[in-house]
Design a protein around this ligand. Structure first.
Ligand code: LLP
Length: 382
């Protein structure tokens, strides 16, 4: 990043679209030999039209979790038949909207939801294509708030209930059962977790085939992690290693398509939250760099204790000093880093909080009556 950001009002999100394009190229190269692999961008990670349009142009489908996301995806250019619609609590109007657009598939999380989709599809005189989200009871080694595939999590249909729900789906005139959906968690960096998922799916498929059920679609969700410690050294996740797990470990049947819902790994590294130092305050041994961005613009450190690499973009000082980098919000958890060594920092310096492209802008709030910040891409800034 050799740009001059000092003249721009802060805080703002900065998106490196050249890196996003390189990331999308890496995904395409990694699955080029697998025509039955389809990547759907999990747009909950970042719904900025500036990024969504590029992702759409690269040929990806999209994974939505609300009616609002379906509308935003269609406005960004995604074809309705590339939309997978997930979510444990779909409202009636959202189901109707998805039916009217004839999306690719609903990822259904309970029998109760399936019954409502049948009822609404009948009213709308449509056929709903459906994948059942199965809780695979596979442990992902990541933060407890973003583990989803364990039996005690709220997501999905329990494995032991799967056959009963499939049988039920077959009796519904407006439901077309297409396949199975899984998602074990997010920010997963240990490929063994995905191997465990593949093995679980193999067992499930054997069970289903023995009972004469042959799903067309297998959807393994998202979850590939990024390197928050060293974003400059590792800007693009190892997609080859990730997709190889599925090529090597998952036994797909003839004609089956394999779907992925990647969010973070596509957009995290291309985004930074740019913020200005308002004050430097010394209190005892502590030095606080008080910045104008807060948990309202990037909630991950406050919510998950997440680490984000921070750089001072303007200081040329040789000397380094440890700072707590904190925001202006009236919450003690509004802290981006504790005891972080930075070059001597002063009022007016611009800090880049890195890897903020995923779950930064999309989780922003107006708490304390703050305004949602602007975003700029590399092509918009000199
Ligand atoms: N598919 C499903 C069903 C999901 O629930 C999620 C994420 C994804 C795909 C995309 O996962 P990804 O590839 O981005 O890991 N706010 C948290 C992350 C929450 C993830 C929720 N589900 C964070 O900032 O770490």
């Amino acid at each position: 990043m050799k740009k001059d950001f000092r003249h721009i009002d802060t805080p703002f999100y900065y998106y490196d679209t050249a890196l996003l394009k390189a990331t999308l190229d890496a995904i395409r190269a990694a699955i080029a030999s697998q025509p039955n692999y389809h990547v759907h961008y999990a747009m909950k990670a970042n719904a900025s039209p500036k990024l969504m349009q590029l992702i759409c142009q690269a040929g990806l489908g999209v994974d939505c979790v609300s009616g609002g996301e379906i509308r935003t995806a269609i406005a960004a250019g995604f074809a309705a038949d590339s939309i997978m619609y997930a979510g444990v609590g779909k409202s009636d109007w959202e189901i109707r909207l998805a039916l009217q657009h004839e999306i690719l598939s609903f990822n259904v999380e309970s029998l109760a939801e399936l019954e409502v989709i049948q009822e609404l599809a009948e009213q709308e005189q449509r056929i709903a294509r459906v994948c059942l989200r199965i809780n695979p009871d596979v442990e992902a080694h990541t933060h407890t708030h973003i583990v989803t595939g364990m039996a005690e999590n709220k997501f999905g249909i329990a494995w032991e209930d799967m056959m009963m729900v499939i049988e039920k789906a077959k009796t519904f005139a407006n439901i077309s059962f297409k396949g199975l959906h899984f998602h074990i968690g997010s920010q997963i960096t240990d490929m063994q977790d995905f191997k465990d998922l593949c093995e679980r799916i193999n067992v499930i498929q054997d069970q289903l085939n023995a009972q004469g059920v042959y799903p067309e679609i297998i959807n393994v969700g998202g979850g590939l992690g990024v390197d928050y410690q060293s974003p400059s050294e590792n800007p693009i996740p190892d997609f080859n290693a990730y997709f190889s797990v599925f090529k090597d470990c998952l036994q797909l049947r003839d004609g089956q398509s394999l779907h992925f819902e990647l969010g973070r790994s596509i957009v995290a590294q291309c985004g930074s939250l740019m913020t200005r130092v308002l004050y430097v305050k010394q209190s005892g041994d502590k030095h606080f760099a008080i910045v104008d961005a807060g948990m309202t613009e990037l909630i991950r450190p406050a919510l998950y204790g997440a680490y984000h690499h921070i750089e001072n973009m303007t200081s040329t000082a040789e000397k380094r000093q440890k700072y707590d980098v904190v925001g202006p919000i009236c919450e003690s958890s509004d802290i981006f880093a504790a005891d972080l060594p930075l070059p001597t920092t002063q009022r007016g310096d611009i800090l880049a909080i890195r890897s903020a492209g995923a779950y930064g802008e999309s989780m922003a709030s107006c708490y304390n009556c703050r305004q949602l910040p602007s975003s700029y891409t590399d092509t918009e800034i000199e």
